[in-house]
Design a binder for this molecule. Structure first.
Ligand code: UDP
Length: 359
């Protein structure tokens, strides 16, 4: 039987792994999961494993809360030890976190071929830790599983070609996840049912560039307070943002601040909201899957097709621009034209099939 070691560590990777692990099992590939511990709180990790029925990690490394270099280095060392014991036929990583890069690098140095799901995405902003992680991971991967045509194009422009690299546009595994779990969506128990029936804005905010700089973060909080005067805002707060608010001693007024929610609760929030305000990569797409306009609190995005379709607006990080985009959206919400930029909901099966045929 073919064997794969999968490395996960952060919230979005658990959701992606949920779909791919199921497909690997169906394809008859044996998978062991390494959880680096990058996210390990119950509401950032355990809830996903239990609710989404992800196989229990065989190895839990408990590495978190370090600087980027220390975290990536420690992960690299520990993953290498495991790979030397397990000797898998391939290693699988998702997305763009430190866990992604550490896993890919550890395997590549041992000549274990690497499969990267979400390959080819680019923000072209090398200040983002995610951009560094994803470009380097692509470079040492054998299979580049792209979610979109534009991701394939990015790789081609950078000179990626066969036979060194196998580039496949499989579609987006997060679209698979939304389609599969939507029927189990559950309204968060922390929130009153009455909110569900009113128009509300769903917000998430967690990126280093949005949160760590006090000036930028307070500007974003000010935008949220102003928007909350017009419409209820629900914000499941990421630990990084919670910590920053605590250190500054401020919270945006009138905003429903709740703990991070599980994926099934997030799906219920997406279903019921009127607009999404976020700096998250995953949420930008999920807003689209649910036909909700998205105001992205960033200067650039990897999901450019949504901007081209007119359903995602890049607002930047200034309060005045965010408010202006919010009111523009209220007065003229975008049309959701028929388009399928993220595949047919069977991306995970395509990944598993390809690996089965080629490892
Ligand atoms: N998510 C969640 N609960 C939350 C916030 C986000 O389940 O409280 C999900 C969200 O629906 C998406 C994923 O986590 O599927 C996105 O993760 P995140 O925003 O942390 O990372 P990014 O997508 O920016 O890499």
């Amino acid at each position: 039987m073919k064997t794969i070691v999968t490395v996960v560590g952060a919230r979005p990777q658990f959701i992606k792994a949920a779909t791919v692990s199921r497909a690997l099992l169906e394809a008859g590939i044996s998978e062991s999961i390494i959880h680096t511990g990058q996210h390990s709180d119950a509401n950032m990790s355990d809830v996903f494993f239990s609710e989404l029925e992800i196989p229990k990690p065989k190895h839990f490394l408990g590495i978190s809360g370090l600087t980027h270099g220390a975290m990536t280095g420690e992960m690299l060392r520990r993953i290498e030890e495991i790979l030397l014991q397990e000797k898998p036929d391939a290693l699988l990583v998702f997305g763009d976190t430190n866990s992604t890069l550490a896993g890919a690098l550890a395997a590549a140095k041992l000549h274990i071929p690497v499969a990267h799901v979400e390959a080819g995405l680019r923000s072209f902003n090398m200040k983002m830790p995610e951009e560094i992680n994803r470009t380097l991971t692509d470079r040492v991967s054998r299979w580049l599983f792209c979610p979109t045509a534009s991701a394939v194009k990015n790789l081609k422009i950078e000179g990626y070609s066969t036979p060194t690299f196998q580039i496949e546009n499989v579609g987006d595994v997060m679209f698979d996840a939304t389609l599969y779990y939507k029927k189990n969506a559950r309204w968060p128990s922390e929130l009153p049912e009455s909110l569900r029936k009113k128009p509300f804005v769903l917000c998430t905010l967690h990126r280093q560039e949005s949160v760590d700089d006090t000036k930028v973060f307070t500007e974003l909080l000010s935008a949220l307070s102003k928007i909350a005067q017009e419409s209820p805002v629900i914000w499941p707060v990421h630990p990084r943002s919670r910590k920053k608010m605590e250190s500054l001693g401020i919270t945006p007024s009138g905003v429903h601040l709740i703990a991070p929610v599980g994926y099934l609760e997030m799906l219920a929030l997406l279903e019921a909201c009127t607009v999404v305000l976020t700096d998250s990569g995953g949420l930008q797409k999920e807003a689209y899957f649910f036909g909700k306009p998205c105001l992205t609190l960033r200067e650039e995005t990897e999901w450019t097709e949504l901007v081209e379709l007119g359903v995602n607006v890049l607002c930047g990080l200034k309060s005045s621009a965010i408010e202006a985009a919010f009111y523009r959206n209220l007065s003229s919400p975008p049309d959701f034209r028929e388009a399928q930029p993220y595949g047919n909901g069977l991306a995970a099966n395509a990944v598993a099939r390809c690996l089965k045929d080629s490892i």
